[in-house]
Ligand binder design. Structure first.
Ligand code: GRG
Length: 300
């Protein structure tokens, strides 16, 4: 396993460095699985066909606050990305959002079939914990803490619970607070986990853990607000998925509740709050600060 350094001098190149190492590790893990049926091909498609890899980058960037070589955070970062991929594949299924385009490519159930896409999502969920539990670079105690955190963040109190809230929310009108709470579970929980994991691996003290947790909360909220903004201002070619779906389905979003201009201001305020949270790390936090700034200008 090579050393993992995010040594580039600007965020674009740091993101590219991280993306390369994450994708190489995912490819290595998937290549190690014996080809028995189309599951392996579909897993490679589901994990390696595009994606910004923001969540694993966030783990590496948080761990980087404490050590320049973040090799010991790599497999946790990969596991988190696998969980994220599994959620996207299930989210696109006909029983959920019923989408045919993801990351600019046909969704997994369109490229293969529905049963295969369900199994790919299931397989990523198991594989994530296989990867984490066999990570020899971390102590058994650290591995257990990290695994426990990811089960909670992705489970009924986190992402899966938030998805259920979202589905039930389609049938009623929601307040802004309800939307924020739903999104915090559905999308924010994995971002919060990323920072928590980086802090655990880096050996953060309590004050540092809290700063990263608060940064992640603001990051998740800003991400979701900018996601809703992109849904009405972006292009399908750049975003890589069908747009205006929430609006067409009559679903409440930040835009429907407060309007585009107020949403843009809320995103900016939230981004500034995130930046303040990590000021205690000084220059070392530049990567996290640049990352949250990127949200405001993102096109996908
Ligand atoms: C199978 C573990 C499992 C869960 C199923 C379907 C589901 C429960 C949850 C759906 C959660 C979901 C799709 C949340 C939306 C998150 C979101 C905003 C995704 C887009 O993230 P980006 O922009 O995507 O980081 P890329 O493609 O860049 O990775």
């Amino acid at each position: 396993m090579p050393s993992v350094f995010l040594s580039a001098s600007n965020l674009t190149d740091q993101l590219a460095q991280s993306q390369t190492v994450i994708e190489a590790r995912i490819a290595e893990i998937l290549a190690g699985q014996k080809q028995q049926n189309q599951l392996e091909d579909a897993m490679r498609y589901g994990a390696l066909a595009g994606g910004k890899r923001l969540r694993p980058f966030l783990i590496l960037a948080a761990a980087n606050l404490f050590s320049d070589n973040v090799e010991n955070a790599l497999d946790t970062a990969v596991a988190l990305e696998l969980i994220h991929c599994s959620s996207l594949i299930h989210d696109d299924l006909p029983a959920m959002d019923d989408d045919d385009l993801r990351r600019g490519q046909p969704t997994c159930h369109i490229q293969f079939d529905e049963a295969t896409a369900i199994l790919v999502g299931d397989a990523f969920l198991s594989l994530a914990f296989e990867v984490m539990s066999s990570d020899q670079k971390l102590s058994t105690e650290t591995r257990l803490r990290l695994i426990h955190g990811l089960t909670v963040a992705s489970g009924r109190y986190g992402m899966i619970g938030g998805q259920m809230d979202d589905i039930e929310g389609e049938k009623k009108s929601l307040t802004l607070d309800q939307i924020i709470s739903l999104q915090q579970k559905k999308t924010g929980a994995l971002f919060e986990y990323a920072c928590e994991a980086g802090a655990i691996i880096g050996g953060a003290n309590e004050q540092q853990q809290l700063a990263l947790k608060n940064y992640a909360k603001h990051f998740g909220l800003a991400f979701q607000i900018t996601d809703d903004i992109l849904d009405v201002t972006g292009t399908e070619a750049e975003v890589g998925k069908r747009l205006n779906k929430d609006q067409d389905a009559g679903k409440e979003t930040f835009i429907s509740l407060i309007g585009l201009e107020a949403a843009q201001k809320a995103a900016l305020d939230t981004i500034n709050e995130a930046k303040q949270e990590v000021a205690i790390f000084g220059d070392k936090a530049n990567m996290l600060i640049d990352l949250v700034d990127l949200l405001n200008n993102r096109k996908s």
